[in-house]
Design a protein around this ligand. Structure first.
Ligand SMILES: [Zn+2]
Ligand SMILES: [Zn+2]
Length: 252
């Protein structure tokens, strides 16, 4: 028994030492006998999810939530808006996104709303695959060289993978590029074999031992997410959702 206790204390110290802010990865340790490391949420594979954010984004952990603020302006030059293919301008925003650090798997996958469904680590929101007319946005809309474009509210956003978000060393599992509002992390194009995963569910997610459940960007539709696999708080997008379901301009 004393051996077990010593081991548990040692594990707890190790975990605490590895986590800025302490309680982030700890769950279910209220009775003092057990330390459980959260492996399915944003914390998976990262000691401090808030530290992953760059550019326009500032992130902090508050209790069991990751709070991301951003002005929505990327740290690169956006191109060509407004233009003949898109009448909207890129405008500064006042985003506050609240993301659960311990995602809860929903009984049934949830429909994706229009407007922001998650945020990339550079503070730019991402949307579902469709434009306001219900068409495949990647196929019919025009994007700048970083695969972004502004909606009628001036929100610059992605519908697909952008190599301007973070560096991908191109080996093994792609790095984490963002978080969906259900708390599950979004990764780049490749799995641990350095190839596009072949076992994604219709939400574009799969599970591995290191990361738990997580989403992947894919070259084909749905590109980022196909549905929410976890539960989403009603105010997760901080009110940034497009009121009339219109992220995209009408096509000429
Ligand atoms: Zn994966
Ligand atoms: Zn769009």
């Amino acid at each position: 028994m004393s051996f077990v206790w010593t081991r548990i204390v040692a594990v707890r110290r190790a975990v605490l030492a590895s986590v800025l802010g302490g309680a982030l990865l700890l769950a279910g340790c209220g009775d003092g006998d057990e330390v459980t490391i959260q492996t399915t949420g944003p914390a998976a594979g990262s000691a401090d999810p808030a530290s992953l954010f760059t550019g326009a984004a500032e992130a902090t952990t508050e209790g069991d939530q990751l709070v991301v603020t951003s002005n929505g302006i990327p740290d690169y030059d956006v191109g060509g808006f407004p233009g003949p293919s898109n009448p909207n301008s890129v405008e500064e925003q006042d985003f506050t996104f609240t993301i659960p650090l311990q995602p809860k798997r929903a009984a049934e996958p949830g429909e994706l709303p229009m407007g922001p469904i998650g945020v990339m680590v550079n503070g730019i929101p991402f949307y579902n695959p469709n434009n306001a007319q219900g068409q495949d946005a990647v196929e019919v809309e025009v994007f700048d060289s970083c695969e972004g474009h502004p909606d009628p509210q001036g929100i610059y956003h992605y519908h697909q993978y952008s190599d301007c978000v973070t560096d991908d060393p191109g080996e093994g599992h792609s790095p984490l590029i963002g978080f969906a509002f259900d708390g599950y992390a979004l990764y780049g194009l490749n799995d641990e074999n350095g190839k596009p995963p072949t076992d994604l569910d219709r939400c574009n997610g799969h599970t591995d031992p290191e990361r738990g459940y997580h989403y992947h960007a894919t070259k084909g539709s749905p590109y980022l997410l196909g549905c929410y696999r976890g539960e989403v708080a009603e105010d997760a997008d901080g009110g940034a959702g497009a009121p009339a379901g219109g992220p995209g301009p009408p096509m000429p």
